[in-house]
Structure formats: C-alpha cells, structure tokens
Design a protein around this ligand. Structure first.
Ligand code: 13P
Length: 265
C-alpha cells in the first residue's frame, strides 16, 4: 500500500490536447463526476490535478476558483528565466500568478523534441521553486537504456543531475515515466515501478536528506488506466500517477482518481 504519510496525487497531463473551451467543459465534467462519486466511494484522500496547455490555464483557474472545485492544476513546462527576450517561453512567475500549484519539468517529450538536458532541467527545477511552484520532475529510461543499463540507472542519474544544485527542504514531486511505457499501452509492472521508485527515494535521501525523501511523492506514469491503477497504488513507494491519454476521458480519469475503489478488490 502506498504510504499514508504522503497524500496520493493523481495528475492528468493533457499534453497538446483540448483548447480552452474544451478545457472548461472537461474540468466541469470532471468536478461533477468526482463530486457525484463522493456520495459513494469518492476521490477522498487523493489530490487530483490537471495539466492543461498554457492557453487553457486562465480559463481553468477562473472556473476552479469561481466554483471552488476540489481540483488543482499546473503548467506543462516553464522557462528557466524569470522574464525577458525569450520568445515563446512562459515564466514561472506567470504560472504562479495564475495560481498554478504544480509545473511539469523534463517530461520525456520535452527532453526528446526540445533538447532539454539535465542541466537545463536543473535550472527549471530551481526556477519553479523560486516562484513557489511545486516542480513535478519527470524521469525515465528508453527501451534502449533499459537494455543497456538496467531499470533504475538512467532515472536515478536524471534525478541526481537535475537536483544537483538544489538545497534545503524543497517541495517536489517526482514522476517515473519509462519512455517505452508512454502511450504504448504497455505499462510497467507494479513491481518494476516500485523497484525504480524505491531507488529514486534512496537517491533523494542521499541528495536532500531522509525527511525530504519521506515527504516527496513519487508517481508512476506510462499507460495508466482504471484497470491497472490499484496495483500501482498498492506499492509502498508509488504515491500516485501521471496519466496521459486516459486523462482526456473524464469517466476514465475520474475512475483512476477513485483508485481506492479498486484497492483491495
Ligand atoms: P500515457 O498515459 O498516455 O501513456 O502518457 C503518460 C505520460 O506521458 C504522462 O505524462
């Protein structure tokens, strides 16, 4: 069972899907579905977050705040810079001004398509923390990495590199997303996720101390669905999920968020 000391986080990364009008409809429907479910077996206990495209954030913020919805949200990326001549980039200050709680840092699609290195990601983690955002640092190995280096070497190296300049007791979330499991329908097994999550927690303890390691939530991501979430959540070092494709289907994402229903069944 995932530790009761850490509040589980179920996070939906919409990637480049849903414009601001679709976002409003989706968040409304999600909030209603979760609320409705609360009369039965709700999402109590889990924090539910969505990561919409930048152009949706103002609409999502307005809706969540006006209707006092029990949802939080974040950006999918941020600039390492605060402001200035960086065309197309988004400052962490702007995300904080929109009441984002979280920001994804180093998703494999950013690493792959935008050349984001561990050094850049270290600066992005620092920028997020500076602006009061909780970075969700994504790490994970490719199929080739897995074959060449085994299951945890690359994710641990990515974590270590990105957090090298960070000190104190930062509020962080780590998402372990094996690249081979993203969008493939081929999720890691719960045992594989647990093995890597445990190694990541050890690395966190070495870098930032036992207290931060104990408090930090480690999510699994890669082909998570309502049918496999319970098995991941039974693992002691897995504290939630980062969900891609299945987060675009409100009923499915709500069902994942109510993983307690599935735990023990
Ligand atoms: P899928 O859930 O579609 O495999 O995507 C995972 C992911 O990349 C979430 O950030």
């Amino acid at each position: 069972m995932a530790s009761m000391k850490r509040v589980p986080l179920i996070a939906g990364n919409w990637k480049m899907n849903l414009d601001h009008l679709q976002a409003i409809a989706t968040v409304q429907k999600l909030a209603w579905t979760l609320k409705d479910a609360k009369h039965g077996f709700g999402a109590e206990g889990a924090e539910v977050a969505v990561f919409p495209p930048f152009t949706d954030l103002r609409s999502v913020q307005t809706l969540i705040s006006a209707d006092k919805l029990d949802l939080v949200f974040g950006g999918q990326d941020l600039s390492e810079h605060d402001s200035g001549a960086y065309t197309g980039e988004i400052s962490g200050a702007f995300l904080a001004a929109l009441e984002c709680t979280y920001v994804l840092v180093g998703h494999s699609e950013r690493r792959q398509y935008h050349g984001e290195t561990d050094e850049i990601l270290g600066r992005k983690v620092a920028a997020a923390l500076k602006h009061g955002l909780v970075p969700v640092l994504c790490v994970g190995e490719t199929a080739e990495d897995l074959e060449a280096h085994g299951p945890s070497a690359v994710p641990v190296a990515q974590l270590t590199a990105a957090l090298a300049g960070i000190t104190g007791t930062p509020n962080l979330v780590i998402a372990y997303e094996p690249v081979w499991a993203i969008g493939s329908g081929q999720a890691a097994t719960p045992e594989q996720a647990e093995q890597v999550a445990a190694k990541l927690r050890e690395a966190l303890a070495d870098l930032l101390g036992a207290e931060v390691a104990e408090a930090t939530r480690i999510l699994y991501g890669g082909s998570v669905k309502s049918g496999n979430i319970a098995a991941f959540m039974r693992e002691p070092n897995v504290d939630g999920a980062l969900v891609g494709g299945a987060s675009l289907d409100v009923a499915e994402f709500a069902s994942i968020s109510r993983f307690q229903k599935h735990v023990g069944t």
